[in-house]
Design a protein around this ligand. Sequence first.
Ligand code: NAI
Length: 335
Amino acid sequence: MRHKVTLIAGEGIGPEVASATRRILEASGVLIDWEEIAGRTDSSSEQGQVINQAAVESVRRNHVALKGPMATAIAGGAPSVNVALRKTLDLYANLRPVKNLPGVSSRYDNIDIVLVRENTEDLYSGLEHEVVPGVVESIKIITERASTRIARFAFEYARKFGRKKIHAIHKANIMKLSDGLFLKSIRAVAEHHKEIEYKEMIVDNACMQMVLNPQQFDMLLLPNLYGDVMSDLAAGLVGGLGVVPSANIGDESAMFEAVHGTAPDIAGKGLANPTALLMSSILMLDHLGERSAARRIEAALETVYREGKNHTKDLGGHTTTQQFTDALIAALPKP
Ligand code: NAI
């Protein structure tokens, strides 16, 4: 089956990792017609944070996008185009699987955790104001609608991918109403999925448990802020943001992207590691129903890392983006 996918290559190392990923996907035999488009209208300046409406329309039309990183001006300037894309397309579920990659040194072995983060509300609603000088207020929004739909997403994902246990992470002992509503909404969904073990854990204890005994976790379901913090914490258990994928998924569209940034220090030098975007593209293939190609690329990735001969500079090696890509294509099992 042919798929049409929007490709927002992004900026900095974005085009390099996007082109490597595209080559590997093509070599896997998956049939994708790429619709390549810029994420912002004025790519000459990150101050011109204007989302390209044509990119939004392209994702709406194709329902699936692969996206490289895009720069955001720090302290001031307009809001991030990355965030604007997720909001405009209502990509409410942030999916962050975290798993050891053989040959990548990390603090823990046998980690295989999927984090599902609510992506649209909580303290990220953007409702912040100065009440009087010296006093500001940030408003945390939790709705039954958003909590229920993220819970449905998580339980449905667990069912589809054979996951056994979900921990809802909260602070409902203190935020009794907001996190209380989050939990109440999830419990109602959990009632319909008795085959999946459902547990709850307070966020501070969950952080400690992640460090003491991360193997106890299978899936975590989190509101936006705790999800933001705990998904990077979890990535740190297996080697960091360079070796974990990410997806932002909504009812209509899904956007698969690496979590790292544009790496301006190495952009254009052929040194970028395409692993994170490639892993995100594996999630994309699963989403498209191309499970066989997804498993073959996963196997090639494991082979290349296990051999340990093709580590890029970020992982202490000397392999270029192109050499890494060639090695990966050579390691692809036959269909
Ligand atoms: P960064 O992730 O771009 O770089 C941090 C360090 O990691 C640098 O030393 C860089 O060379 C290295 N690095 C990152 N990705 C790499 C890769 N694939 N291969 C090899 N080395 C890699 O973070 P930084 O410097 O804080 O942000 C730079 C720009 O990226 C900013 O404008 C920021 O807003 C943007 N950004 C965009 C994101 C997105 O589009 N989703 C996410 C994070 C940052």
